[in-house]
Design a protein around this ligand. Structure first.
Ligand code: SAM
Length: 237
């Protein structure tokens, strides 16, 4: 079963968002497991889980001794999982990263608090630093929930219609096309003719062209990648 191991000093923040909707149902149905590691239960000898930074500065850092004791209590299987530490200076993950993680046995996540963690935790255990945006949160718990939710919805049996994942933004390198529902006219704005035609081939083509236009306009970085991939393997597009 896919497992998320989460090191945090606030386990009570979980499952939070992960307990609702399809993700929560999948948790209850044992499609995935949440293994919360409460760092407060693993104090270092000083009886503290954090300490002031060498060289001065405000705030406290998670002690490497605390982390070591907590980490050692993980199962051997969990120790083999990819490790992510949430940090504003990290890389932002993409859908393909989440897809790779969802195909692995699980993930190990470390949520920072206060000023963060001792660098040697990251260096020794091989954590990748991951950010969810260029802004600073109070802790990594919300980031952990975001990444877990993104991975769990890719697990088999979590999202009802397999199609709804394959047409999501990023799945094929493009952003999603616009969507419409009833009524056909709202405040003078009509649903595009093409979507009312009933001609599935025409609708697919219209949506693809719209996805391309939206990606080009909103995310030129993705568009450049898409065009390059199309030139490398035109039969896939
Ligand atoms: N001193 C750190 C810095 O300037 O990079 C910020 C520490 S922040 C107050 C506390 C914790 O929140 C971090 O250790 C990290 O785990 C989490 N965090 C804050 N912003 C984040 C972001 N944009 N993405 C992921 N995690 C974040």
């Amino acid at each position: 079963m896919w497992c998320a191991n989460v090191f945090t000093i606030f386990p009570e923040a979980f499952p939070g968002n992960l307990g609702v909707s399809n993700i929560g149902k999948a948790l209850a149905a044992n499609i995935w497991r949440l293994n919360l590691m409460d760092l407060k239960k693993f104090p270092a000898k000083s009886d503290r889980i954090d300490a002031i930074p060498y060289g001065g500065g405000s705030g406290m850092l998670l002690s490497p001794i605390t982390f070591e004791i907590a980490y050692e209590s993980l199962s051997n299987d969990a120790k083999l999982c990819k490790k992510i530490y949430f940090s504003p200076r990290g890389r932002q993950l993409q859908q393909k990263d989440l897809s790779a993680i969802s195909h692995a046995p699980g993930i190990t996540l470390l949520c920072g608090r206060y000023e963060g963690v001792d660098q040697r935790i990251l260096d020794h255990y091989g954590f990748e630093e991951v950010s969810i945006g260029d802004f600073v949160l109070m802790g990594g718990e919300v980031a952990a929930m975001a990444i877990i939710e993104g991975c769990v919805r890719l697990l088999s049996g979590v999202v009802g219609e397999a199609d709804s994942i394959s047409s999501d933004s990023f799945q094929n390198g493009l952003l999603e096309h616009d969507q419409y529902t009833r009524p056909q006219t709202f405040r003078g704005l009509s649903v595009p003719e093409e979507l009312l035609s009933g001609d599935h081939k025409k609708i697919r083509e219209f949506r693809l062209q719209q996805s391309k236009k939206i990606t080009r306009e909103k995310r030129p970085d993705l568009w450049i990648e898409y065009v390059a991939a199309e030139m490398r393997a035109p039969w896939q597009h």
